[in-house]
Ligand binder design. Structure first.
Ligand code: SF4
Length: 265
């Protein structure tokens, strides 16, 4: 529980999604056992659905190299032929390429995806920015942007359905026309089929909560944007609808420019 990549903006710190969070990292060693039971049961009933790996903890933290828990989970997913979307900021995913290929070949697609999607394996890489300076500051445990793009290209060259989650883009730091143009252009260049873009959310008022941590980092490295960021999140955990509409229009326009999809299907 918790995520070793420790991104400053991570929404599990201070939101309901971090409800089980502990002060030290804990490993769910029984995850394979639990997953085995659940998938066996669902497969027997024919209840196939996409499994999302990596929504609130990266599935490839450094300790995965030795523990191989994610790898065990993927073997179970393969055994019961479930489709899966793996989302990561780590190039350790390259280790499992052959296994992921087998999942892609064997997975049973849920009815609503049949005829619309021809892959049972989606490999997604996550970015909040493509600026290496910002990555060092806000994503200290993640692979570098160049490494992530390198891995993305390898998966794309091997015929995987590859995408990018460009989220959260950071207000006043990585949400400009220029920054998004560079990010989406590179995402396309390195072989992604789609890019999903979304804004920042900030939660909590305790020292470890993401809102407090994020403001602290702004104060230290980008004091010029601190007050306007605080105004943006004064009344809500998310920016205004107007901001989100502008971000949406901007990213859609750039996706059209680079001929890349802004959704998976
Ligand atoms: S990789 Fe994802 S889950 Fe892990 S700290 Fe970063 S944002 Fe949170």
């Amino acid at each position: 529980m918790g995520c070793a990549l420790n991104c400053t903006y991570c929404y599990i710190h201070g939101s309901v999604y971090g409800g089980e969070e502990t002060s030290v990292l804990q490993v769910k060693t029984n995850a394979p056992e639990v997953l085995y039971k659940q998938l066996k049961n669902r497969a027997r009933k024919g209840e196939y659905g996409f499994i999302g790996l990596g929504s609130s903890t990266d599935p490839y933290p450094p300790m995965e190299k030795e523990l191989e828990i994610t790898r065990e989970l993927l073997k179970i997913i393969y055994r019961f032929k479930f489709p899966v979307n793996v989302n990561t900021k780590s190039t350790l995913i390259l280790r499992d390429m052959e296994l992921l290929k087998k999942i892609d070949e064997k997975a049973v697609l849920p009815k609503r995806f049949q005829g619309k999607l021809d892959h049972g394996m989606i490999v997604s890489f996550s970015f909040s920015t493509v600026d290496p300076v910002l990555v060092d500051i806000f994503e200290p445990g993640a692979s570098t942007v160049e490494e992530r793009f390198g891995a993305m290209k390898k998966f794309s060259d091997e015929g995987f359905l590859v995408g990018a989650n460009l989220m959260p883009v950071l207000p006043f730091l990585s949400d400009s026309e220029e920054h998004l143009d560079e990010a989406i252009g590179k995402i396309k260049e390195y072989g992604a089929n789609f890019v999903l873009v979304a804004g920042l959310t900030l939660f909590g008022d305790k020292p470890k909560d993401c809102k407090v941590r994020y403001y602290k980092i702004l104060e230290e490295y980008f004091p010029e944007v601190l007050e306007k960021t605080k105004r943006m999140f004064k009344d809500s955990f998310a920016p205004s609808r107007d901001y989100q509409a502008v971000l949406h229009k901007r990213s859609e326009r750039i996706c059209r420019k680079y001929d890349i999809k802004s959704k998976i299907i």
